[in-house]
Design a protein around this ligand. Structure first.
Ligand code: NAD
Ligand code: AHE
Ligand code: ZN
Length: 375
């Protein structure tokens, strides 16, 4: 069948809207009509050529919601008409990691996903504009939600309730779950904790609302863009630090002074390795935990004095908020529908697929929190 899709032909070039060909679902796979998709900073990072796994041409997008239109042989957990959220972190419930219950990083299809392919090592997407190799276009993060129709393995789809609006719950496919999950599942932040969030964008603001949800005391935001302050306060930020105002070398001291020596939890939501170091060093001696969420450019490395760890600070990371997609995503959709979390105010822009490049422009200009493409 055919689908409209925004294709990334090469790094640093705008996406173009194409009519592509999609192969039907093979055994264990599902054809999904994507109804809406968010644009995450990670899409921009890959498009900017910063992703060591970035392959072109590709159909980007990993923050979608849609409807099952066709199922392949052997699919048992989904049926045509089900509402679903694609999962770049699947949940097979059979691999060593899933069975361990110690991590959400299901390994069953990770290798082929990183190569832009389906588990059988082929692509379902092609476009006649591509020369050679049968016009193949790569998948992205196993999702490719910048196509109106896409194919995913059954284990990479969370079934969600049918009364939830696609144009809002698509954001649960990455940003909402990543931010709130990092607080709830990865950090297990306790009531009364002091929390610092570096980067008040589409992820950081969800860390803030997660911290408020679990009863954190001080929630300190750090950002170089003061335009983010108003929204951050609305979501629970109690204090704000602008490194450009206090001086980059004084950010850690400013946090220590607000938190009686250091934070219980800090979260990097910038992807900047220098900020990651600040976030670690702003933690309280003896127990403070810093959680890296931001995705750094290929080749970047983090550093600090080992003494920071010897004296009890913990450096951790979180992917997809530590959430087990098929288990936890439907619950997060419930939280939204029950009014426990706010998604609507974070979606600052919506647009049709033809205008998807505007979403990248708004992000780079610091003018949006989340842009959502509605098909
Ligand atoms: P965004 O562009 O919406 O927000 C980034 C924010 O960081 C902006 O407000 C920006 O002003 C701020 N910032 C940039 N440099 C800064 C600095 N030096 N000091 C303080 N603030 C600074 O991006 P987003 O969608 O919120 O994504 C944030 C990061 O999280 C990206 O690196 C993205 O790739 C990553 N991410 C990771 C996961 C995961 O599972 N680990 C999931 C989604 C996104
Ligand atoms: N491809 C990059 C890594 C990118 C990365 O870390 N992705 C996050 C999700 S970002 C969503 O917006 C993630 O889930 N990582 C775990 C994983 O298995 O990819 C690289 O460095 O190669
Ligand atoms: Zn994302």
């Amino acid at each position: 069948m055919k689908s409209r899709a925004a294709v990334a032909w090469e790094a640093k070039k705008p996406l173009t809207i194409e009519t592509i060909e999609i192969g039907g679902p093979k055994p264990g796979e599902v054809l999904v009509e994507i109804m809406a998709t968010g644009v995450c900073h990670t899409d921009a990072y890959t498009l900017d050529g910063l992703d060591s796994e970035g392959k072109f041409p590709a159909i980007l997008g990993h923050e979608g919601a849609g409807i099952v239109r066709e199922i392949g042989a052997g699919v048992t957990s989904l049926k045509v008409g089900d509402h679903v959220i694609p999962l770049y972190t699947p949940e097979c419930r059979q691999c060593k990691t899933c069975l361990s219950q110690r991590s959400n990083l299901c390994t069953s299809i990770r290798a082929t996903q990183g190569q832009g392919l389906m588990p059988d090592r082929t692509s379902r997407f092609s476009c006649e504009r591509v020369g050679g190799q049968g016009g193949e276009i790569f998948h992205y993060m196993g999702c490719s939600t910048f196509s109106n129709f896409t194919v995913l393995p059954e284990i990479a789809l969370a079934k969600v309730r049918e009364d939830a609006p696609f144009d809002k719950i698509c954001y649960i496919g990455c940003g909402v779950t990543t931010g709130i999950g990092a607080v709830v599942y990865t950090g297990k932040v306790w009531p009364g904790a002091n929390v610092v969030v570096f980067g008040l964008g589409g992820i950081g603001l969800n860390v803030i609302q997660g911290a408020r949800m679990v009863g954190a005391d001080k929630i300190i935001g750090v950002d170089i863009n003061p335009a983010k302050v108003e929204m951050a306060r609305k979501f629970g930020m109690t204090d704000f630090i602008n490194p450009k105002e206090v001086g980059n070398d004084h950010v850690v001291a400013a946090i220590q002074s607000l938190t009686d020596g250091g934070a219980d939890f800090t979260f990097d939501c910038t992807g900047n390795v220098n900020v990651m170091r600040q976030a670690l060093e702003a933690c309280h001696r003896g127990w403070g935990t810093s959680i890296v969420i931001g995705v750094a450019p290929a080749g970047a490395e983090i550093s600090t004095r080992p003494f920071q760890l010897v004296t009890g600070r913990n450096w951790r990371g979180s992917a997809f908020g530590g959430a087990r997609g098929r288990t936890d995503v439907p619950k997060i959709v419930d939280w939204y529908m029950e009014g426990k979390i706010n998604i609507d105010d974070l979606i600052t822009h919506t647009m049709p697929l033809d205008e998807i490049n505007t979403a990248f422009d708004l992000m780079h200009e610091g003018k949006s929190i989340r842009s959502v493409v509605i098909y």
